[in-house]
Ligand binder design. Structure first.
Ligand SMILES: [Zn+2]
Length: 150
């Protein structure tokens, strides 16, 4: 690890990301009515998003791109969007987030996580076990066929 303090490490990671994971380039499409490649275009109130293929506005693109025979991965590749970019407008994302918080989605997920499994109660920590075993071996081990200790 090249850095020991947080700021230098974060700066290193930012430089690495700039070099190895560049942000998508924003390029205008040939048809001026279509949104530019590499960026999602939302309505001013954030409730609708514009399709890169047909230029129409929708509440979310996650089902619409099937009309153009695309799936999410090919749509994002075709229009230069980041692989993890959401195809929902901000208002819908906020609505879904609020709904998840209202139904306590985190608690529902936590029920399915198995309990943490650690060292059983009463078992010694590893170093202690090794030291204990070492103590027990003293005088018993041989080196080149001779007892080290009687
Ligand atoms: Zn479309």
């Amino acid at each position: 690890m090249p850095h020991k303090d947080r700021e230098r490490r974060l700066e290193y990671l930012r430089q690495w990301k700039l070099k190895n994971r560049p942000a998508p380039k924003i390029e205008p499409q040939s048809d001026p009515g279509l949104p530019p490649r590499g960026v999602m275009v939302f309505s001013p109130d954030g409730t609708t998003v514009q399709c890169h293929s047909c230029g129409k506005w929708f509440g979310g693109l996650n089902m619409h791109f099937r009309v153009h025979g695309l799936d999410a991965r090919t749509y994002k590749e075709l229009y230069g969007l980041p692989r993890t970019k959401s195809l929902w407008p901000p208002a819908l994302m906020e609505k879904q987030r609020d709904a998840a918080l209202d139904r306590d989605q985190g608690a529902i997920g936590r029920k399915n996580i198995p309990p943490a499994v650690g060292r059983p109660v009463g078992q010694e920590a590893r170093l202690g076990v090794r030291l204990e075993a070492s103590e027990a071996r003293k005088g018993v081990n041989t080196r080149a066929g001779e007892k080290t200790k009687r």
